[in-house]
Design a protein around this ligand. Structure first.
Ligand code: GLN
Length: 195
């Protein structure tokens, strides 16, 4: 089987862990720092890290508009800070975002005592181990958004058309389901399938 070409935004954050997670899911990912690299990708992962810093670097590298354009025709998967970048509205504090998914996201929403924690979240296929690190909470999902996992009632893994977001870090566990699903979405989109 031909595996899709998946780029991982590598300006800041835990992009290396995503490369390893993709490898576990049977796909080789490559790092994206420049527009030429983005053009090679059929799908893109926005990793966890610090969304404010990523935003600043994306602007400085002249990648912001290119990423917006990329996301109109190709799948993007954001984890934690990446999910914040994908949202349509960001609070705590307010911050610019790509608006590729109809989500309202509150940053650092678990408070200081839950800075970082591991929990089992619920999916239709059973529980999934999730690592949360200064995670945001998805406060609102638009009508086109499908919730794939919840934690304490809040959506933590969602998809909308070809895009996907998780407020936790699937790249930090041995869990393969989340990355596999993204690989399938990129494969489908590259074949001109579901959007
Ligand atoms: N708290 C970070 C932010 O607001 C996200 C944390 C993460 O990606 N692990 O951007």
């Amino acid at each position: 089987m031909v595996t899709p070409r998946i780029g991982i935004l590598a300006l800041q954050g835990d992009f290396e862990a995503h490369r390893k997670a993709l490898a576990r899911a049977g796909t080789e990912g490559f790092e994206v720092r420049k527009a030429e690299e983005l053009e090679q990708a059929e799908g893109l992962i926005l990793p966890g890290g610090e969304s404010t810093t990523m935003l600043k670097l994306l602007r400085e590298e002249g990648l912001w508009e290119k990423l917006l354009r990329f996301g109109r025709s190709r799948p993007v998967f954001g984890t934690c800070a990446g999910a914040i970048l994908l949202a349509s509205k960001v609070t705590n504090p307010e911050q610019e975002a790509l608006g590729l998914m109809d989500l309202e996201v509150e940053r650092n929403a678990y408070g200081r005592q839950l800075h970082s924690h591991v929990a089992l979240v619920e999916t239709e296929e059973g529980p999934l181990e999730a690592v949360f690190i200064r995670a945001p909470v998805i406060r609102r999902t638009g009508p086109g958004v499908r919730v794939l996992a919840r934690y304490k009632g809040d959506p933590v893994w969602v998809e909308e058309g070809m895009h996907m977001a998780a407020t936790f870090h699937p790249e930090l566990t041995s869990e393969e389901r989340v990355h596999r699903r993204f690989v399938e979405k990129v494969t489908a989109a590259a074949l001109g399938g579901v959007r």
